[in-house]
Design a protein around this ligand. Structure first.
Ligand code: ACM
Length: 649
């Protein structure tokens, strides 16, 4: 068998919804367009959906499965002739497919000699539907009488007059600090809008903008005053000043790009300050790797939306992404997936070795950029659950006596760091200590979500620890683990962050911690009622991996529902909260989970403009929100990959 046949063999898949009499079916089809027969093979594939253990297959059988990676083989002696198809039907998945990104993203054939041959793979079709799959940033429709395209909308705006739109600005800074902010703004504007020439030299016909710090303004507050032929901006700090410059840039872009609707003012002012201190965005770089440059661009987009907390999800079952000197295996093994590797292809990452990690130098660069942009980075290392990649790299951290199998909600086997293994604490502290050197932020997030109910049930070391902690099940063990981890972080001057499950078993001290509420809209309020500082990030509205709508043609996940930009925008984090509960509200956060982000146009469709919707809720008082006005401004905001709405194309 020669290798050149493989690019003529294709994988397609279809979801066939069932009815009362028949189950849903998921059908994978390999078409042999080559002129040679193919035999002795198995099909490897992955994508978000998982084949249930109890599934019945017609046309083949499961050879192996790990989470969403699966290998299926036809019956013995099967030969796939030229121009023929081989189909396998599967009657049970962990969930019924609902969107085109749910199914197999990437498949390959493994031939008898053990070689993997990547196959062109078509996105999963819904049977009998010809609707084109949607990708790219969704453009919103709207008309507004608002005087400018500022996003998030400011606290006070009273501008007047009209002049020809300045092509750019010449800045005059009153101090070294103000001068540095102008430089940061120039780099930001050039990176987001290359070639636009927003910041100009003295000889380049820009509108003069005087820039000054004003200690009477709050930290993130700013004030812009417009005159006939100049502008003045004052900021309470470097961050406030930068926000003033960003607002000015947005006013200019709106009046330049939509001159019929917006004009550049000659009088009046904008006085602004945020409603919430925590205006966060999370990025899951474990399910998919984003290069240093992509992360930096994401931070710049965050800054343009006046978001100020970057929750960086650096580890999960699927990968480990941080260089740690003490444990080179973490990145040598844990950062890579591929056929035949300790971590198989997952979520469509393909048979070739794929992945990556952030070197310490890269992290230092990213942290420095974030600081310039007024963004604090909260690193997350997700423990004790979600540790499959970590444990593949450091298997000595397992209890060798554990002899049973448990599976996580995403079907990873035995994926939790074991609180009964003493070496776990030394490893976690060593890793955290190296990371504390890299990340100056006040907070360090330790995950603590989704430990399966059966975790550690057959570990003798865990059972011994349970005799000391009392109770049963994983909660007291996780609580014991978190107490030690939090004590370490507190001793190092950091506040421990975690997902809401950290409160189970009372494992985390309310002092020196914050929790992110994610499972339901009500969950965050409950945490606040219990006295935890809370960041509100309900999956139902703020998980940006959820699809924008219920249609098959929309990409994304659906386990928490779907959330259109309008729904994400309308959500108010503290509706119905008491005054005491509001005291605990730190702010809001969008979460960019990467499971469905199979391509860049999918990323753009899922993240934009919903990122801006969340940013406006974080900044703007609820009574000043207006979706029509927001929609017009959102269409002018930058996206990570610059893909445009491809619905219907
Ligand atoms: C989470 O979505 N597991 C925090």
């Amino acid at each position: 068998m020669v290798a050149h046949w493989s690019h003529q063999v294709r994988l397609s898949s279809a979801f066939i919804p069932g009815n009362r009499a028949t189950p849903d079916l998921y059908r994978l089809t390999v078409f042999n367009g080559a002129d040679v027969p193919v035999s002795g093979f198995k099909l490897g594939f992955s994508g978000p959906a998982r084949i249930a253990d109890s599934a019945t297959l017609t046309g083949g059988s499961v050879v192996m499965r790990l989470s969403n990676y699966c290998e299926i083989a036809p019956g013995p002696g099967f030969i796939l002739q030229p121009d023929a198809c081989w189909s396998v039907s599967i009657d049970k998945l962990d969930y019924a497919l609902q969107h085109w990104t749910d199914g197999a993203v990437y498949g390959f054939l493994v031939t008898a000699d053990g070689t993997a041959h990547a196959l062109p793979t078509e996105p999963t079709r819904l049977e009998h539907s010809a609707e084109p799959h949607r990708r790219g940033v969704m453009r919103l429709k709207g008309k507004t009488t608002a005087p400018a395209t500022i996003l998030p909308w400011p606290a006070e705006i009273a501008i007047s007059g009209r002049r020809s739109v300045p092509q750019g600005f010449v800045f005059e800074a009153d101090s070294e600090t103000a001068g540095s902010v102008v430089e940061v703004f120039a780099a930001l504007a050039n990176a987001l809008f290359p070639g636009a020439g927003l910041v100009r030299g003295d000889a380049e016909d820009g509108c003069v903008v005087r820039v000054a710090l004003d200690s009477k303004l709050g930290g993130e507050a700013y004030r812009i005053t417009f005159a006939t032929d100049s502008v003045a901006i004052a900021g309470g700090s470097s961050a406030g000043l930068l926000y003033g410059l960003i607002t000015l840039g947005q006013v200019q872009r709106g009046s330049r790009l939509d001159a019929d609707m917006f004009s550049f003012p000659t009088g009046g002012y904008i006085a602004d300050a945020p409603a919430h201190g925590w205006r966060g965005m999370h990025l899951d770089v474990a399910r998919r790797f984003y290069s240093t440059e992509e992360v930096k661009q994401f931070l710049r987009i965050m800054a343009w939306n006046k978001l100020n907390r970057f929750h960086w999800h650096l580890s999960d079952d699927e990968a480990w992404r941080v260089e740690i000197d003490a444990f080179p295996a973490l990145t040598a093994i844990g950062a890579w997936r591929g056929f035949g590797l300790p971590i198989p292809p997952l979520l469509g990452s393909g048979p070739e070795r794929a992945g990556g990690f952030y070197t310490k130098a890269a992290i230092t660069e990213i942290v420095a950029l974030a600081a310039e942009l007024g963004i604090e980075i909260i690193p997350e290392i997700d423990v004790p659950g979600h540790c499959f990649a970590l444990l593949q790299a450091l298997p000595h951290l397992r209890d060798a006596g554990e002899n049973g199998l448990y599976e996580s909600i995403q079907s990873f086997p035995n994926n939790c760091l074991n609180p009964g293994v003493e070496a776990v604490y030394a490893a976690v502290e060593t890793i955290f200590a190296e990371m504390l050197e890299l990340f100056p932020s006040r907070w360090f997030h330790v995950g603590a979500d989704e430990v399966p109910h059966e975790a550690w049930a057959t570990s003798p070391l865990a059972r011994t620890l349970l005799e000391t902690t009392g109770g049963d099940g994983p909660a007291p063990l996780q609580a014991h683990f978190l107490k030690r981890v939090q004590a370490f972080l507190t001793a190092n001057g950091r506040i421990t962050g975690a997902w809401e499950e950290a409160r189970d078993g009372g494992g985390i001290d309310r002092e020196d911690c914050y929790l992110v509420g994610w499972t339901t809209v009500a969950a965050s309020q409950e945490l606040a009622r219990e006295g935890y500082d809370v960041v509100v990030a309900p999956g139902q509205t703020y998980y940006l991996d959820m699809a924008n709508g219920p249609e098959w043609a929309e990409p994304g996940a659906h386990w928490a529902g779907w959330s259109s930009p309008a729904k994400a925008y309308a959500f108010d984090p503290a509706t119905g909260w008491s005054a005491a509960e509001r005291e605990r509200l730190l702010g809001v956060q969008g979460c960019v989970w990467s499971e469905p982000m199979a391509d860049r146009a999918v990323f753009d469709r899922l993240v934009f403009p919903r990122l801006s919707a969340i940013a406006e809720t974080g900044w703007t008082a609820p009574e000043r929100k207006d979706f029509a006005r927001f929609s017009v401004a959102a269409n002018l905001m930058p996206s990570l990959y610059g893909t445009t709405d491809m619905a219907g194309l």
